[in-house]
Design a protein around this ligand. Structure first.
Ligand code: ATP
Length: 641
């Protein structure tokens, strides 16, 4: 590949310093990246690309980072591409002058609309050569396409896409189409992009030059490591490239990053997550020398509620989506939950469906019947109650680095309970096995899922699945093991009673390291007849001609009738996990050559609050497998469930 080595002084591939960086530069980088599967090479190529951008036109770094991560705005702004295949086929036909049927036939053969787009490009003749695409220009158009609304929006979007495709040179059309689909498919997850970003910034800094001179490679590696830690922390507190990238390019870049970009009301922090455990005795064992508290684990929807200085209230989901339009009732009532003197505050809690007449918590399924967007308060049929369990910010002060003890005090000092609407989560401090078991049983009798056990001195660790928070679900009463969140990647046609719907599915977990979806089981149980129809209808539009290159499965053993573009996440429960000669989950983590499979998997529900990258990852699968192995070893223990 010709862009493998970074050479800031060359005439940078046909454009001059200070000029907008051509989109073709990045498309070529993507092309080179797609030719390798080696993580280190990919990281290096992307780092070099970012370095070149910094040298030639730093203002374009933001566009490069967005385009490489295949996003166009911070998650909480909810602006996504994701144009349907049918629309893209139509536009491709118009832009290239080819027949739709021909494009569809190519798509079937290639399995990748991006390839079809690059193949089709040259047949179109234009009177005047359109101006060359630039990185920032393409990003701007993508944003315009994603945000166009109103009656004529479909035509307006199509016109913009067509214009991009007509202007595309060489391999550009392929990457434009893939970005529009919402899938870059060259294997670049956010962590890869973030690493390349920080490496590029650090390596281009004076500090790196100085370190190299005085301390050699080791000193530079230290700088890179420190930079990566800073970015990780900052990105979880303030997940916005719009703020982070410009700040990195300022004087004092990495060193001052945290002071420039940090948690503040209005931008959701990635939530702290819990690890599963196998019972009260394991909790006591793990927390033998620390103080801890047990809280009810409410089964609703995570709600991070932000009150801004100007009085605005916002509610964010577990995935940093803006859920404000979903809860107009909570937004209106929030001031009545506040004590005097609270100007700005962020609390972490759970919104739970609630019966105000019977004064009791309703199951999660009821909450999911509540509308998603632009709900009119008058139409609300399902009431919610907020159970607050943490406080992350109060009156201008960030509390993330404070202990849970202090954060709880802040929460109590800022809020008051309002019956049937707003409560502090039920909690108990105890070390007594019996007492904790009774509390766990109480929590289930009170219609919650069990307990979350938290150490009192731990800070709030954004986006971390922390050992400072352990979950103890009621399922553990029936045997150890959490449910898994898996992605349907293929299906088998149903027969007999299931004719006309998919009768069984192939499920996969997500491997963060390789960015693969690894097959973990075939599933055909746990579905009601209605669910079978609903799932089939929901997945049919996502059928693709051929499995994606990043699906890892045994092609001889798993001959699916159809394959899906990964889009859904399903919660699944299994009897246990076993080493499998067929399935690929956690390949190499537990057994050097084999993967892990679920035995007797059962469908529980579709999860609308998780995206594919948030599915159970292969390390967690390996954790589950290992936890179970120890359990078997210690079988016969006295107070285990
Ligand atoms: P995860 O969010 O850990 O990936 P998940 O979405 O399946 O997995 P669980 O692991 O079952 O959820 O539980 C974690 C969730 O429980 C939190 O994200 C939060 O929404 C909810 N929750 C309810 N009560 C509490 C509490 N007291 N403290 C923390 N989280 C709670």
């Amino acid at each position: 590949g010709r862009l493998l080595k970074h050479d800031p002084d060359s005439g940078v591939d046909g454009w001059k310093k200070g000029e907008p960086v051509p989109y073709l530069f990045l498309a070529n980088v993507f092309e080179n990246i797609s030719e390798t599967t080696k993580r280190l090479e990919i990281a290096e190529m992307l780092t070099n690309a970012f370095r070149t951008v910094i040298v030639s036109n730093p203002d374009d770094l933001l566009a490069a980072v967005y385009l490489a991560s295949n996003t166009i705005a911070p998650q909480h702004e909810g602006i996504d591409l994701g144009i349907g295949d049918a629309t893209l086929v139509k536009i491709l036909a118009e832009a290239t002058g080819r027949k739709e049927s021909a494009i569809r036939a190519d798509y079937k053969e290639q399995g990748d609309l991006g390839i079809v787009a690059s193949m089709s490009r040259s047949t179109q003749k234009t009177m005047f050569a359109p101006p060359k695409l630039t990185m920032s220009g393409v990003l701007k158009e993508f944003r315009a396409i994603a945000t166009t609304e109103g009656t004529k929006s479909v035509d307006a979007k199509k016109a913009k896409i067509k214009k991009l495709l007509v202007a595309a040179r060489e391999c550009e059309a392929g990457y434009i189409v893939r970005s529009l689909q919402g899938k870059l498919r060259i294997g670049l997850a956010q962590q890869t992009v973030n690493q390349a970003l920080i490496h590029a910034v650090v390596l281009q800094s004076d500090a790196a030059a100085k370190a190299a001179k005085e301390g050699g490679n080791g000193a530079v590696a230290d700088l890179l490591g420190r930079g990566a830690d800073v970015l990780k922390q900052v990105f979880s507190e303030c997940p916005s490239y719009d703020e982070i990238v410009p700040a990195l390019l300022m004087e004092g870049g990495v060193d001052k990053l945290h002071s420039r970009c940090h948690f503040r009301p209005g931008v959701p922090v990635k939530p702290m997550l819990a690890k599963p455990t196998c019972g009260v005795s394991e909790v006591l064992q793990r927390f033998s020398d620390v103080e801890f508290t047990c809280e009810y684990k409410y089964d609703g929807e995570r709600a991070q509620i932000h009150l801004l200085e100007d009085g605005t209230v916002k509610i964010f989901s577990r995935n940093q989506e803006d859920n404000t339009p979903k809860f107009p009732d909570v937004i209106r009532a929030l001031p009545s939950y506040l004590k005097a003197g609270v100007k700005s505050v962020v609390i972490d809690g759970e919104a739970v469906a609630y019966d105000r007449e019977q004064h009791k918590i309703l199951p999660f399924q009821i909450l999911s019947t509540r509308g998603r967007k632009n709900i009119d308060e008058a139409d609300i049929k399902v009431n919610v109650c907020i159970y607050a369990f943490d406080c992350l910010y109060l009156n201008g002060e960030t509390l993330l680095q404070k202990s849970l003890t202090e954060r709880r005090e802040a929460m109590y000092s800022a809020f008051k309970e309002v019956p049937d609407e707003f409560y502090f989560c039920t909690a108990k401090i105890s070390r007594d096995v019996e007492e904790l078991q009774v509390f766990l049983e109480d929590s289930i009798a009170d219609n919650t899922e069990g307990l979350i056990v938290k150490t009192m001195d731990a800070t709030y660790e954004p986006s971390k699945r922390s050992l400072n928070w352990l979950k103890l679900k009621k399922d553990y009463l029936e045997g150890c093991g959490d449910s898994l969140d898996l992605v349907p990647i293929g299906a088998f046609h149903g027969r007999g009673k299931r004719t006309g719907v998919y009768g069984a599915y192939l499920l996969a977990c997500y491997d963060e390291e390789s960015e693969e979806l690894q097959s973990i089981c075939k599933i055909g149980t746990g579905f009601s007849d209605e669910q079978l129809v609903e799932l089939t209808e929901g997945l049919r539009p996502t059928v693709i001609e051929a499995p994606r290159s990043y699906f890892k499965y045994d092609a001889n053993a798993m001959k699916c009738d159809v394959w899906f573009d990964p889009s859904q996440v399903w919660e699944v429960k299994a009897a246990d996990l076993s080493i499998s000669p067929v399935h690929q989950a956690g390949h190499g983590l537990v057994d050097p050559v084999k993967g892990i499979a679920l035995r007797f998997p059962r469908f529980l529900r579709k999860r609308d609050d998780k995206n594919v990258e948030q599915a159970t990852n292969s390390e967690q699968v390996a954790d589950f497998y290992n936890a179970q192995a120890t359990k078997q070893e210690f079988a016969g223990g006295d107070d285990d469930y």
